[in-house]
Design a protein around this ligand. Sequence first.
Ligand code: 13P
Length: 340
Amino acid sequence: MDKDQLASTARALVQKGKGILAADESYGTIKKRFDKIDVPSTEETRRAYRELLFTTPGVEEFISGVILFDETIRQIAEDGTPFPELLSSRGIIPGIKVDKGAIGLPGFPGEKITEGLDGLLDRLEEYRDLGARFTKWRAVITIGEDIPTPYAMDANAHALARYAAASQAAGLVPIVEPEVLMDGDHSIERCYEVTADTLNNVFSELHRARVDLEGMLLKPNMVLPGKESLEQASVEEVAATTVRCLRSTVPAAVPGIVFLSGGQSPEQATRHLNAMNQLGEHPWELSFSYGRALQEPSLGAWRGELENVARAQELFYHRARLNSAARYGEYSPDMESVAA
Ligand code: 13P
C-alpha cells in the first residue's frame, strides 16, 4: 500500500469547489429511477443515461470523481472509449461501488447487513485494472422502535472496516458509507444519537482494522428529523446539529466528509451543505457525493429521448455548479432559477 498515493487521491476527491457524483445505482435501484420516467431499464438505456452524465460539457469544473457500478465500469461510450478512460481523460477520478447490497440481518427484524466481503480482494484488483482509483461500501442503519440494536451496528461497522482495510491494501481509497436512513417519524435528536453511535462504532472498528484515516473518506447522512416526522428542522438547525455530531465523532485526520443525499430534494441537499460550509473552518473538507440530489432534474428532463440529452446535461451541469458554490458557502436559493 502506498500511503502517499492513497492520501493524495483522497485529497483530490475533496479538492476545493468539487464533489463526487454517485452513479452507482444497482440494477434494482436504477430500474426504480427509470420506472418513474417510463424508461425500460436495459443495458443500453443504462449505458446511454450514464454517457449523458459523463459527457456533460464542463461538468469536470465541479465534479472530482464518479462512483460507478460493476456493469458501468465495463461499458463504453458511443465513440468506443471505455467509461473509466473517458472520465480520466476529463480529469474526473473513476470509482466503484464494491459492496453487494444489504440483506436482512438474520435474527434481527427490520435491520440489515451489507454483503460482499468474500472474494473482495480479487474484485478490487480487477477494478483497479479497469481504472478505478477509489471504492465505496454502503452500510444501512434503520431507526425504529427498539432499533438499531448494538449487534446490527457492530456487524455493519465490522464489515465496513474490513472492506476499508482491503481497499487500501489494493491501493484504492475507500469511501466508508454508514447511512442512517431518513425513513421513520423520529426526531432530529434521535437521528443525532443514532448517527453519533454509528460513527463512534465505525471509527473504533476502522482503528482496530488498522485503516489509514488519511487515505479514506467518510460518506455519512446529514442529521435530520425522520421523513414522516411532524416536526421539521430549519436549514440552520440541520447544519449546526450535523456539524456538532461530526465534530464529536470524526477524527481530524480524515481529509474529507462527502455527504449522501438520502432522499432530500436537490435544493435541500444543496442548502444544507452550504449552511454547513458557512459554519467553517472545519477540520475536514465538507463536500458532496450525491446520487439523487445531483441527478433528479436531468433524469426528469431526459425521459430516454435523444432530443432531450442537451437539456438534461444543462440541468446536471447547473446542479453540479450549485453544489460547488455550496462547498464555499456561496450558494443562495436565487441561483436556482438562473437558466442553466
Ligand atoms: P443518494 O445521494 O441518492 O442518497 O445516493 C448516494 C449513494 O451513493 C447511496 O449509496
